[in-house]
Design a protein around this ligand. Structure first.
Ligand code: PLP
Length: 406
């Protein structure tokens, strides 16, 4: 036993290799794929796999409707179209997210407005969103970052009061619940991802869930070039891309849904173990969850006191102890995206920014909590493939480094 940090030549906490990712796809996916091919069509409305996927998704989340599409980016874009977002509107969202949360806003000619996050959870709050609302705000996209539910009830109340639509970005939150209700079922529209990096994968794919028949109809048009395959009554009502899924993706997704409960349980339990271990450490903070939240961790961001620790040095020291962390998740969107900073989303044009009544200053200081958090947190790669020993080693490594660098 040595307290000398491994970066200074001490014995690392962990010498064993980090647990490898196991097999994500097996016989059930193969059986579903074979059945899909035997249908002799891979079109999403002609075969039965996409229909079955949508039925299962609606039952799982507890909504009236589910629509499958090509990605969560597509799902969010379609949700925005369904919610009536268009040129001149503003959409409030989190600056800590994937590009897919933002692209639909700009494609529809609306202005992305970033609200700051709560420093403990890195999620939007009703207060931070309220500070950004204007008479032009048409929708809010709440991102359940890390798989840790946003405090939705006050946010929903705010949106209802102001006549604003609430879209839930659940890409990172498969299996997560708030007050025993699955995320995605509480806002106007919920959007899920089946890309290969998420809890479950169909290679790529997305799901849209909603309760309102009009939102459902419009979202269904929005993912299929505005061909109306619901009842044929509204073809070419508006301009829409081809965001269709195929029967092959739906077949794999169906089999993957069987694996979801175990994956979510395992990630939840490992996160709870990590939080318990980190609780005693000074200057180190596990993510906070709101009362009633049941997180299904996709990533796990460990906060460091910025005044006390240099995050890159801290991360390097933890890595030397045998635990693969890195600093931050993404650079906040308002700082990272050139097309926002330069207002240059489309070729030889500054549209929609040059037509807007107001455009936020996409610059440092816009969202201080988000900027500070992303510069000073550690990303721990939580997954269902970790064992308890790996989590305990992570706690030991972080504790050792906190004491050694503190
Ligand atoms: C992954 C992700 C998306 C986009 O999902 P795709 O299926 O890759 O388009 C959107 N939002 C968040 C928060 C994500 O993590």
């Amino acid at each position: 036993m040595s307290d000398t940090l491994a970066i200074y030549g001490g014995t690392p906490v962990r010498r064993e290799p980090w647990p490898a990712t196991g097999r994500r796809f097996g016989e059930t996916e193969l059986e579903e794929l074979r059945a899909a091919l035997e249908q002799n069509t891979l079109f999403y409305t002609a075969g039965g796999k996409t229909r079955a996927l949508c039925e299962r998704m609606a039952a799982l989340v507890g909504t009236e409707y589910a629509i499958a599409c090509s990605s969560c980016s597509a799902a969010i874009h379609a949700a925005l179209k369904a919610c009536g977002v268009g040129p001149g509107d503003e959409v409030v969202t989190s600056p800590i997210t994937d590009a897919g949360t933002v692209l639909g806003i700009v494609y529809e000619g609306a202005i992305p407005v970033f609200a700051d996050v709560d420093p403990g959870s890195c999620n939007l709050t009703a207060e931070t969103v309220a500070a950004r609302l204007t008479e032009r705000t048409r929708a809010v996209i709440a991102v359940h970052l890390q798989g840790n539910p946003v405090d939705l009830n006050p946010l929903l109340a705010l949106c209802r009061r102001r006549g604003i639509r609430l879209i839930e970005d659940c890409a990172q939150a498969w299996g997560a619940r708030l007050n025993d209700r699955p995320v995605g079922s509480m806002g106007d529209v919920g959007c899920y991802s089946l890309n290969d990096f998420k809890h479950i994968s169909a290679g790529d794919g997305g799901l849209i869930v909603a309760n309102d028949p009009e939102l459902h109809h419009r979202a269904a048009l929005a993912i299929d070039k505005c061909y109306d395959r619901i009842d044929g009554s509204r073809p070419m009502e508006f301009c829409a891309p081809n965001y269709r899924i195929t029967e092959l993706q739906s077949a794999v997704a169906l089999a993957q849904l069987d694996r979801l409960p175990a994956i979510a349980e395992r990630r939840h339990a490992l996160g709870a173990r990590l939080a318990a271990g980190l609780a005693g450490l000074d200057g180190v903070h596990a993510p906070t969850s709101v009362p009633g939240a049941w997180p299904s961790w996709w990533i796990y961001l460990i906060g460091l006191d910025a005044a006390r620790y240099d995050a890159p040095a801290f991360a390097a020291a933890v890595v030397a102890e045998g635990v693969p962390v890195r600093v931050g998740y993404v650079e906040p969107v308002h700082l990272a995206y050139r097309y926002l900073r330069e207002r240059s989303a489309f070729n030889h044009s500054h549209w929609p920014f040059d037509q807007a009544t107001a455009v936020p200053d996409y610059a440092p200081g816009l969202c201080p909590n988000a900027e500070r958090a992303m510069a000073s947190c550690l990303l721990f790669p939580i997954s269902e493939w970790l064992d308890e020993q790996a989590v305990d080693d992570a706690v030991a490594a972080v504790g050792k480094v906190a004491a050694g660098l503190g």
